[in-house]
Design a protein around this ligand. Structure first.
Ligand code: HEM
Length: 362
């Protein structure tokens, strides 16, 4: 108990210091520069326990002008959803045709990627992970970013997601994508102001189909939008740190109207939708999932069957976070570095979605 509290305090203090030191310093962090060349073998169960504590810690810095009342210091809301977004944005730069981008390299911690418009605010996620990284020098930033997202989903009551370590770190920032394919240009992440054809362009580029797009979007059950990050405001559900199928239920059950006011004043932000007197929100890209019949069938499936959503999400989130990463190559590396047992699922390769990927829900 005391050890747990002491660790919480230490993590919190270190994170605040890390955040104060600025994203640029964090972005150029490289353990080889500060540690011996043979770091100790990774203790994955301990890392998982540390990340679980991090996800529950409401004293971590996550600043935002929005003043979210719960979850962290500074108004940004809960940290766990932000870690999920970090893992997704680290992976979502992948392009199947050119086999570049993705979580390999952990390039999202570097400028300019951390400052790409779509990544606004994610420097705070790097900030809360930096003290953890110090304690696990043998684990790459690229693996830590993904594993933190995987653990955050479980910490919020979501499915246990398989994880294979072995991603490499790009050691220097700002290399031209032509010289190192782990680096990617801006503009590869989805634009929330757009709808179905854009979603298909972006996710088909990564190698996903309609069902997988809908399934992944269910992560919007947790977290919120911030006016000082994306420009949008508010949470999708009433339980911002509880992983569930409520996003799908709310899409179908609530009446969504264009937001006109915010806290008694005219809304001047980008077009978004609201329900429940403005307490809840949906993005134009969210509503596209019920405006498009081919997407909507999957929304209906996941709204009525949460366990099916959890099972599918575990498969598709793993696929997302392994884009451009060859787990079988990693598996040949040191076995001691594998997460194991109840702490994480380790399997060679990854299972496919159950049922027909493009046919009717079953
Ligand atoms: C389908 C296309 C998507 C669009 C257009 C989109 C857009 C957005 C936007 C605008 C925000 C608000 C950022 C902010 O202001 O802080 C956000 C937050 C979030 N997104 Fe998405 N997103 C998409 C897909 C995904 C996927 C695939 C995942 C994960 C599998 C995901 C997970 C999250 C989470 C957890 C947050 C909350 C972050 C926080 O609370 O700090 N999103 N997304």
């Amino acid at each position: 108990m005391f050890a747990r509290i002491a660790m919480r305090l230490r993590t919190s203090t270190m994170s605040q210091a890390a955040a104060l030191s600025g994203a640029a310093a964090l972005a150029s962090y490289n353990y080889n520069a500060t540690h011996c060349s043979s770091p100790p073998a990774a203790d994955w169960p301990k890392l998982k326990a540390d990340l679980m504590v991090l996800c529950e810690d409401d004293t971590l810095p996550n600043p935002s002008v929005d003043g979210a009342a719960k979850g962290s210091l500074g108004g940004g809301g809960f940290v766990a959803p932000m870690l999920v977004r970090l893992a997704w944005h680290s992976s979502g730069s992948y392009a199947k045709a050119t086999d570049d981008g993705g979580s390999q390299g952990g390039t999202i911690r570097f400028q300019p990627e951390i400052n790409h418009g779509g990544n606004a605010g994610l420097k705070h996620a790097i900030g809360v992970l930096a003290p953890i990284k110090e304690n696990y020098p043998s684990i790459s930033w690229a693996d830590l970013i993904i594993y933190a997202g995987v653990v955050a989903i479980e910490a919020m009551g979501g499915p246990v997601i398989g994880f294979t370590p072995g991603r490499s770190d790009a050691p220097t920032p700002n290399v031209a994508p032509s010289k190192d394919k782990r680096f990617t240009p801006d503009d590869r992440l989805p634009d929330a102001a757009q709808t179905q054809s854009h979603l298909r362009d972006v996710f088909y580029r990564m190698g996903f189909d309609d069902r997988e797009i809908v399934c992944l979007s269910g992560a919007h059950a947790v977290g919120r939008c911030h006016t000082d990050r994306s420009g949008f405001w508010g949470p999708w559900t009433n339980a911002e740190n509880a992983f569930s199928n409520e996003y799908f239920k709310f899409l179908l059950e609530k009446t969504w109207t264009v937001k006109k006011t915010h806290e008694g004043k005219p809304w001047t932000g980008p077009k978004q939708y609201e329900a429940d007197g403005g307490a809840l929100m949906m993005l134009p890209s969210d509503l596209a999932l019920i405006e498009d019949a081919a997407f909507k069938r999957w929304v209906e499936l996941y709204a009525k069957d949460e366990s099916r959503f959890f099972e599918d999400f575990a498969v598709v989130f793993r696929k997302l976070t392994e884009l451009g990463f060859k787990p079988e190559e990693a598996a040949k590396r040191k076995l001691a570095n594998r997460p194991s047992g109840a702490m994480a699922v380790f399997t060679e390769g990854g299972p496919a979605l159950g049922g027909s990927e493009s046919g009717a829900p079953n």
